[in-house]
Design a protein around this ligand. Sequence first.
Ligand SMILES: Nc1ncnc2c1ncn2[C@@H]1O[C@H](COP(=O)(O)OP(=O)(O)O)[C@@H](O)[C@H]1O
Ligand SMILES: [Mg+2]
Length: 404
Amino acid sequence: MTKRLLVLGGGRQAVRGLEQLKSMGLELVVCDMDPSAPGFSVADHRIQASVYHLDDCLPAVKRFHAKLPLDGVMCLACDVPHIVARIAEVLGTPHIPVSAADLTVDKLAMKARFEEYGVKVPPYARVANPEALENLAEEWGHVVVKPVDSRGSKGVSLLERGGDGVWAFEHALSASPSGRVMAEKFLEGPQVSSESVIIAGQAITPALSDRNYEFLEKYAPFLVENGGDMPSKAKQGEKDAIWTLIGDAARSLGIENGVLKGDIVLHGGEPYIIEVAARLSGGYFCTHQIPFSTDVYLVEACARLALGMQLDPADYQAKADRHVCSRWLIPGAGQVVSLGSRDKILSLEGVLAFECWVEQGDMVAEAENAAASVAMVQATGVSREEAISCANQAFTVFGLVTKR
Ligand SMILES: Nc1ncnc2c1ncn2[C@@H]1O[C@H](COP(=O)(O)OP(=O)(O)O)[C@@H](O)[C@H]1O
Ligand SMILES: [Mg+2]
């Protein structure tokens, strides 16, 4: 019988994933607050409600379920594992423990749990005021200041010894719904994104991507990532250590079956967890880059878990390791005055995917995080360098220009 799956999130970044779910023969119910959410075009049914607010989406989901029973729930390209777990609990469908989901949306609680279980994390502390923050910057030299409960690098900044702690504190505070700010020692070293599926307690990590922070200085004090490269350059020993660390992290959270997206830093050759999220990635990682590079479909894995279907771990081991470069175009702030043809970019050799979400006349904000991006490209080549050069060339040809 056709299974009916509820997906929270129908945004632009969810569309390809929804298409992948559709091709599994599922009946899709998409929930999103935006009546013109692009994901609704792929859905069989729509629920219009905010996926970030349980008091809004749960009653709407319950009404739907009373008429057409749902067999499972997951989210795509939105950070709501705690809402997914609670809805699944009400529906009686498979889910990670609510307590595990809650730990992952509170960076202090998550890190405390990791420490308790010996899962390596950077030194961190809650900071109550700018003075406490400046003292930590004095002690650690270089700190990352962040809201305890936000996402997408919102409110995150780098503070150096002697820097403006008042600004950094306020910036983080403004992005924290619970009004809590924390600081972490900035750990130097390559940053790696991971994405895993945990099946019966076994973590399988088909994908590691080297996160690209080439503009760290340009956008300081903001940390603006502009893509990533697969396969990772990490040495085999480092990859093994990352895989072990992710398995330990999942166990410490109490996740037996689920997906886990990780932010890892390789510091002195040793992996540390910056954070994990108990959901699939955004940023076209699980939907585009991972399948392009490895032939592994984690969106499918997540749906199967949500629906209580069997999973064969072998299906989620990387089957290929093609070079795939992902880049987001982050132009200067201002109005978009010209841009090229999307079809032309898609016809370039090596370009696997291209999307642009602004039009002529749109305003682009100052870059504080990846939300300032206006387009993305994924490109391949026989080497990492060729894939990167193809991605950069695509943006050059696209020729998007902004003017203040
Ligand atoms: N302790 C740290 N050392 C080095 N880089 C860090 C550290 N903490 C955060 N970062 C960088 O800042 C980014 C955003 O921080 P993160 O904790 O992942 O918050 P968010 O939930 O906004 O993604 C990370 O992905 C990482 O690149
Ligand atoms: Mg993060």
